[in-house]
Design a protein around this ligand. Structure first.
Ligand SMILES: Nc1ncnc2c1ncn2[C@@H]1O[C@H](COP(=O)(O)OP(=O)(O)OP(=O)(O)O)[C@@H](O)[C@H]1O
Ligand SMILES: [Mg+2]
Length: 391
């Protein structure tokens, strides 16, 4: 019988000792390779952590903290440093309330103040029917009555650079004390876009109250990358899963992409690939193969945060063979989506502010200067990420 045949056959087909069984894994704990995992062990950032703590210190005495601006390339630990700082503050006192805002998700003034409200009152204000003014008033009244100091981190603040949101948000936060001197608010802005100068984005009246201490996060050196990734490997994988020379290949690719996050994602994908092949360790070939997707980790993250019509426009831009004039692009976009010029213009500004496209004023249009739009990535990479979202 078929069944008998199978039961006899299976033992002979058991994997050899170098191969994994179905219920075995190479990962001691896969959590260490998730991109939002906050490392317990956060080394090589002592200078930056010290600067952030000095800026926050007045808050612990009930005074207004010093504003900070964390800048530096991708994957240099800016988000992690501020989350660590907030963790420490929360463990130390409840008279300082840190609120962490991911501006990719909360990109309007109302959404940001809703986050602050939620942290203070433990529930979200209703989306409709409540004005910003009322939310703002309740927040400031609470801070005064409870004698609490607020620190707001605006992560990836460049997502607020369109529609002038950044000025509206900072203005409301930083001038809150004008309502009453007892309101104490500090801001930590986080930006990975070195080509954008905050001072150019901000109104002079906002800049004059913001005046941040700059905290710079440089790229990690090769030795630092090795140390950080080696630590993850030891915590996340079982012994001998990642041979030394394979880790060096991962480090090479982190250097090539200038993003530590690529290395962390690469380790995970590499491990999964070896698991699928039922092997007990990873090879350089797994790494090279996994890099095809891991190198796009940042692009993937940015595209995932877009709304449908924003992705439609990005795809349309990727389909163009060369730079395209804004007017011509709008015609195509309007034909496809029937959306109007205002929405088109907003989306272009957003894609520009998150560095997916370049928009340069060049040449002459029929009515004066015209904008030319160009993708900042390889079109194939954009198509590949978009296709991955539909599977
Ligand atoms: N010193 C470090 N030790 C351990 N892990 C780190 C360290 N620095 C960064 N990481 C890890 O690298 C990844 C990227 O770090 P993080 O998100 O803080 O970078 P970022 O500077 O905010 O990048 P981006 O500008 O792209 O937002 C995270 O998964 C984080 O856990
Ligand atoms: Mg970040």
């Amino acid at each position: 019988m078929q069944i008998d045949h199978l039961t006899i056959d299976v033992p002979q087909k058991l994997p050899s000792k170098d191969l994994l069984q179905w219920d075995q894994t190479l990962f001691k704990d896969e959590r260490y390779f998730e991109l939002d995992y906050i490392p317990e062990h956060f080394s090589h950032r002592d200078t930056q952590m010290r600067a952030l703590k000095i800026a926050a210190r007045p808050a612990l005495r009930g005074a207004r903290p010093i504003n900070s601006l964390c800048s530096g390339p991708h994957g240099t630990g800016k988000t992690t440093a501020v989350l660590k700082l907030f963790e420490e503050i929360e463990n130390y006192t409840d008279s300082v309330v840190p609120v962490f805002v991911n501006c990719q998700i909360d990109a309007t003034r109302f959404a940001i103040f809703s986050e602050i409200y939620k942290k203070l009152f433990k529930y979200t204000p209703p989306d409709s029917g409540v004005s910003f003014k009322r939310v703002f008033k309740k927040i400031t009244k609470y801070l005064i009555d409870q004698e609490k100091v607020l620190i707001v981190a605006l992560d990836d603040i460049n997502y607020l650079f369109y529609e002038n949101t950044v000025n509206k948000v900072l203005y409301a936060l930083l001038r809150a004390h004008e309502v009453s001197a007892e309101v104490k608010v500090g801001v930590i802005a986080i930006s990975s876009d070195l080509s954008v100068e905050m001072s150019k984005q901000l109104d002079p009246r906002v800049m004059s109250v913001f005046l941040p201490e700059e905290v710079y996060f440089p790229l990690y050196t090769r030795a630092e990358v090795r140390d950080i990734l080696g630590d993850r490997v030891r915590r996340g994988f079982y012994a001998n899963v990642v041979p030394e020379d394979v880790l060096e290949t991962v480090i090479d690719l982190v250097e090539e992409s200038s993003d530590l996050r690529v290395g962390i994602d690469l380790l995970r994908k590499t491990g999964l690939r070896a698991e699928i092949s039922a092997r007990r360790s990873v090879t350089a070939d797994d790494v090279v193969h996994s890099y095809e997707r891991s190198r796009l980790v940042h692009l993937t993250y940015s595209i995932h945060s877009l709304r449908e019509e924003e992705r439609d426009l990005l795809k349309l831009i990727a389909e163009q063979e060369a730079k395209i004039k804004a007017g011509d692009l709008y015609k195509k976009f309007n034909e496809e989506t029937h959306l109007g010029y205002t929405r088109f213009y907003d989306i272009v500004s957003k894609l520009d502010s998150i560095r997916l496209i370049n928009t340069d004023f060049t040449g002459k249009g029929t009515r004066g200067r015209t904008r030319e739009i160009q993708l900042r990535y390889e079109p194939e990479d954009v198509f590949s990420v978009l296709a991955g979202m539909n599977t």
